[in-house]
Write a protein of this length. Sequence first.
Lengths: 116, 112
Amino acid sequence: EAGVAQSPRYKIIEKRQSVAFWCNPISGHATLYWYQQILGQGPKLLIQFQNNGVVDDSQLPKDRFSAERLKGVDSTLKIQPAKLEDSAVYLCASSPPRAATNEKLFFGSGTQLSVL
Amino acid sequence: RKEVEQDPGPFNVPEGATVAFNCTYSNSASQSFFWYRQDCRKEPKLLMSVYSSGNEDGRFTAQLNRASQYISLLIRDSKLSDSATYLCVVNSFRGSARQLTFGSGTQLTVLP
């Protein structure tokens, strides 16, 4: 079974630039999550999709972050403009559709973002 | 107060030792609980779920105390390969969405 695919693996940008991350979840997984993990901290949820609808984006800094999952499959997370404090690993995860098992998250390898 | 709190460690233990990690959570309505493992520069992976009755998977034992809002993970006979960060994870409702909240993790290093 193919895992969650993310790209790019690494990204270095200067502050105030824009950046986009891509995620393709495991086939058939209806729920997709974007997490931000700052060094030394646990992953923090940014946004949760169920199919192509947003379920929770309460912790997404909407003045600079946006995300979409137009066809209910792959997703893009964008930061515009980036700040130094956005330096982190951005993890995409997906979970199966059945209620009994959708608590198990399958994570991608993440995109490590460095903002200089 | 953080929703999920863990002792960050680091815990440095010799091979063969028994080590225990603790975690507390603030939302009394939380429904399910997990331990995830994260190796250095890797993504988190589910280690085990935590049930009220306590559960065991080989050398790993997880326990939940709902009254005290406390979760624990015990690792017996530690191996070098157990070196990782252990994340306590709590599933609760935020509005209509069920959401997993991660603790900051406890770092374990098993020494030869």
